[in-house]
Ligand binder design. Sequence first.
Ligand code: FNR
Length: 387
Amino acid sequence: RRYDQALSIAELAEIARRRLPNFVYEYIHGGADDEVSLRNNRAVFNRYRFTPKTLTDVSQRDLGRDLLGHRVSMPVVIGPTGFNGMITQDGDSKLARAAADRGIPFTLSNASTEPLEEIAKVPGGWPWMQIYFYRDHDYVKNLVDRCRASGYDTIVVTTDSAIYGNREWDTRNYARPFVLNWRNKLHVLSRPRWMKDVLYPHGVPTFKNLGDLLPPEDSSVQGAAAEIGKHLMPSLNWEDIRWLRDNWSGNLLIKGILSVEEARMAVEYGIDGIVLSNHGGRQLDSSVSPMEILPEVRAAVGDALTILLDGGFRRGSDILKAVLLGADAVLLGRTTLYGLGAGGQAGVEHALGLLHKEMDRTLGLLGCSNLQELDRSLIRDACAPQT
Ligand code: FNR
């Protein structure tokens, strides 16, 4: 089946699975350890139930809102994912162009396969840059300078990955860095379309925003995750965030916070926004799901922070549940990657179109015309004691 016949993100994922070599799909799809957080990120949506209004006029509906000084067409951001060039050739620009067409931001990962300067040129786009604290401040300063020079206004610093998570899918698939085992080689051969798309034009894609972190001969993405993981800075702490704040006057977001305490710290340190995230269940397994703590975080910080979150958003209704509980927007990780794997840029556009349609329908069924009308009275937590 073709990507444009997919009726849901789940169907797009299935099409992507059939088109990609197993080690690429498993890299996208899998999580850390026993995948408890990965599963719970999806399961948590079931505990929130709508209590809609009916007799309201919902003939005109709008999903737009203001976010960090820009107007977005829906409360959605494409989040940072590394190695997008392994899914399809120029995966980063395909995602960036699809986001620009939809009027939403695209976040380029630090572990991306296209230079940030290229992504900044996508017409009509609002690019964000995600940064890991690799190695030292000089490395980070260089990236920040490049962002400033090419017109970025938003940096997302990921703080949940000072130590690399235990992803057994990747360990198994990439037994030794840069070497694929026989099973995978056979799988590549059985995916000629992928080979032609990804491998033939320029060979195995390479990282473009790591500076001199990896020697050039080692910068191929084939199994390099663990390799660049060695350059993470396990000493990362709030003083580093203070330093980054002092060196970047644009929007600064922290991605990876999972507690009220750290959300409050973010306000103290002059951060503009946070992304509640357990990294899609790829870092600390059994960590809480962002949806579970969103209400308390919003209650604690009020309007002092823009609050985003991610993990498991696959339906428009999932996204509106987050908005009802106080989120400004959500980030997509795997959702748009499934679109990318299933149909390239058009597949990403299809994924975003599906979510837009689902959100629009859900908004109307909730009895609302726009996001400002969404409030806590329209949702209940089925696990909380009912009064
Ligand atoms: C990620 N994520 C991620 N986060 C980040 O800050 N920098 C990165 O380079 C990556 N790379 C990455 C690769 C892949 C394949 C995935 C699936 C995820 C985490 C990502 O930004 C986001 O937090 C999660 O993907 C959200 O969960 P869902 O939407 O994938 O369930």
